[in-house]
Design a protein around this ligand. Structure first.
Ligand code: ADP
Length: 629
């Protein structure tokens, strides 16, 4: 292998070595002196060397990130070439030599300006063949640890990865605070052995807290077997198994997958590529960030800029599926850990829709609240105006009662006088020697009847003055209430020499309203009619009450033989405060209209051709009657 592993313990040394050639290595800043751009009259040529074939995910990921960084930075104006050296399957010197000659010939007419060597094998290859393949090209190395740069020429610059195994196990300790055992597995290749040696050095202190076992030099089957019997309170670290004891070669992530499949404790490993193959996680440089970093390096090199600081940043990375598999809490992860394959919560998945829905609900609630408030206000306002109307009606009733009081008193006087006269006559009869008992009996009957009449008059007067604090809804016949109004008016009409004519149909006119209010409307119309006829010849003074049905409504027309209403006033006669009377208030008609509108009715006025006015009021027929029709 040799493409991906670097060791933090040796970082300092390598950094110092590369700094000496004015480049930047793994977080150590150094500045090279400015130089003119490499190319001036054409686009730059960059050759990317992959050490093995295209199946190695790590190198492919670095290469892809590098390509996208270069294409994006140059707007596509760059010539990119890729070569897969296949040095794992063909490690022989003949193949290396053949490959060198082939590429030298292939690129004879298009010499690369920059060669990116991914992995230490590629770096060694190009170091040995640079004069024939890309003489004068800048060589940029990446994808391996900076400790493996020993054989590279001094002018090769690099973006190296460090794989800090200590940080990886510290993350494991946080995730598994109750672990007691530490197992570290490594294969049999030189690379694997180097890794094991580094881990031993780096984890010396850490291992003291655990019962630590190094498992090495086994066949792949034995590795799998051992991992499937470790206690559950173990931290298992798989470094690399690129070759087993039997000499079989493996792509390390494949070995990892086999070991992790039946392991009895969580497994960790230093590479990003282990993540999808059963490892819980690592502290590692992602291949994407390595590719991006080396991409920036290449861009600076092409531009002839001094090489700026390069650091391929490492990060904690875990597989959320493995956290679930082992019941490890994500709360124990180091801050900033990247979680791969994490299922998004409902909120994360649908936050936009949820926020929208929530917004709509809030908005609707707001609108509903406003509407309720508005309805409440309207309700209150309606209740208030109804109360005002009831008060106005009562004042109107009192005024009518006042206007009719003298005639009512006069009317009341009649039965009272009759009672008095009859009583006197009865007492005279009783004082006689042989009182006519039959006659006395008749007198007493008369007294009773007169008393009844007086009682009726007082009852009507009381009804006239009845005060309402709420509407008293009732169903009654418009004919009946018209008759009772005529009875109230009777005395006054007589006093004013007015004939009250009733033209009432025998059909029923049931309406739903407050009877006292409707009666008040009729009294208002009739008293106005009486006033309008005060100048008319007594012979002609007539008020007619005509009831009937019109368009499914109960109708009453009160017409008089007075002077009528001035034409220009007809449309505004129901407005409040219009009066032509000296002691008038101008409120009678407006109250009449308000009463009728409260019960769904209406009122209008017109003049009769033969003289006098007609007021027409209508009220909706009660529902029961509507159905009967
Ligand atoms: P008021 O009776 O206090 O004047 P109303 O609102 O009842 O108040 O009447 C307003 C005015 O309408 C009266 O002053 C009168 O001029 C006119 N009016 C009402 N009824 C008649 C009618 N039948 N004939 C002529 N004018 C009328």
């Amino acid at each position: 292998m040799g493409w991906g592993c670097g060791y933090s313990a040796r970082l300092q040394h390598a950094a110092a070595r590369l700094t000496a050639v004015s480049v930047v290595v793994c977080g150590c800043a150094a500045v090279a002196s400015a130089a003119p751009p490499l190319i001036v009259d054409r686009v730059a040529r960059v050759l990317v060397l992959y050490p093995y074939d295209e199946r190695i995910a790590a190198t492919t990921m670095i290469g892809e990130a590098l390509r996208s960084r270069l294409l994006q930075a140059t707007d596509g104006k760059i010539d990119l070439f890729s070569e897969f050296l296949d040095l794992s399957r063909f490690p022989e010197a003949e193949h290396v030599g053949r490959m060198g000659r082939y590429l030298a010939e292939k690129y004879a007419a298009r010499r690369p300006d920059v060669v990116v060597a991914i992995g230490s094998d590629s770096a060694s290859f190009i170091s040995a063949n640079r004069n024939s393949i890309a003489p004068g090209a800048k060589i940029v190395a990446t994808g391996f640890g900076n400790t493996e740069t020993n054989d590279l020429p001094g002018d090769v610059i690099g973006a190296f990865a460090t794989f800090d195994i200590l940080k990886t196990v510290e993350m494991a300790r946080k995730l598994q605070p109750d672990a007691h055992h530490l197992y570290i597995l490594g294969g049999s290749s030189n690379f694997d052995r180097k890794w094991l040696a580094t881990a031993r050095a780096d984890l010396r202190e850490f291992a003291k807290s655990y019962e630590t076992t190094y498992i090495e030099d086994l066949t792949i089957e034995e590795f799998v077997e051992r991992a499937s019997h470790v206690p559950s309170d173990s931290i298992v670290v798989v470094l690399t198994v690129s070759k087993d004891r039997n000499g079989r070669n493996f792509i390390p992530r494949d070995a990892m997958r086999q070991i992790a499949a039946t392991a009895t404790a969580p497994i960790y490993g230093p590479y990003q590529t282990y993540i999808d193959n059963g490892a819980v996680g690592a502290y590692t440089v992602t291949f994407d960030s390595l590719g991006q970093t080396v991409g920036s390096f290449v861009i600076d090199a092409i531009a002839g800029k001094p090489v700026s600081s390069v650091d391929a940043p490492a990060t904690y990375i875990v597989d959320a599926r493995q956290l679930r598999r082992w019941g490890l809490s994500e709360k124990n992860l180091p801050p900033g850990t990247v979680q791969m394959h994490r299922e998004k919560s409902f909120w994360e998945d649908h936050w936009l829709a949820a926020t929208g829905a929530f917004g709509i609900v809030v908005m609707q609630t707001g609108i509903i609240a406003i509407l309720l408030l508005e309805r409440r206000r309207r309700h209150d306002a309606e209740a208030k105006s109804r109360l005002h109307l009831l008060e106005a009606i009562h004042l109107n009733q009192s005024a009518t009662a006042g206007a009719l009081s003298s005639s009512i008193a006069h009317e009341l006087n009649q039965p009272l006088s009759a009672i008095r006269n009859n009583a006197e006559a009865a007492s005279v009869l009783l004082r006689s020697e042989s009182p006519d008992l039959e006659l006395i009996k008749q007198i007493l009957i008369d007294i009773q009847e007169d008393d009844q009449r007086a009682g009726d008059i007082i009852g009507r007067m009381r009804g006239l003055l009845k005060k309402r604090s709420e509407i008293d809804w009732q169903e009654f016949d418009l004919n009946d209430v018209t008759s009772s109004a005529i009875r109230i008016l009777h005395g006054e009409a007589e006093r004013r020499s007015i004939t009250l004519d009733s033209d009432q149909r025998s059909i029923k006119l049931p309406v739903r309203a407050d009877r006292v209010h409707v009666q008040q409307v009729i009294l208002n119309l009739a008293t106005n009619a009486m006033d309008a006829m005060s100048d008319a010849a007594t012979i002609k003074r007539t008020i007619t009450f005509a009831t009937g049905r019109s368009n499914e409504k109960a109708e009453l027309c009160v017409s008089d033989t007075g002077n009528g209403i001035p034409e220009e006033r007809l449309s505004s006669i129901f407005e409040p405060f219009y009066t032509t009377k000296q002691a008038g208030t101008g409120l009678g008609l407006s109250i009449a209209r308000a009463i009728l509108e409260t019960y769904g009715g209406a009122i209008s006025a017109c003049n009769r051709p033969e003289g006098g006015a007609v007021f027409r009021m209508v009220l909706p027929l009660a529902r029961s009657e509507e159905r009967d029709c």
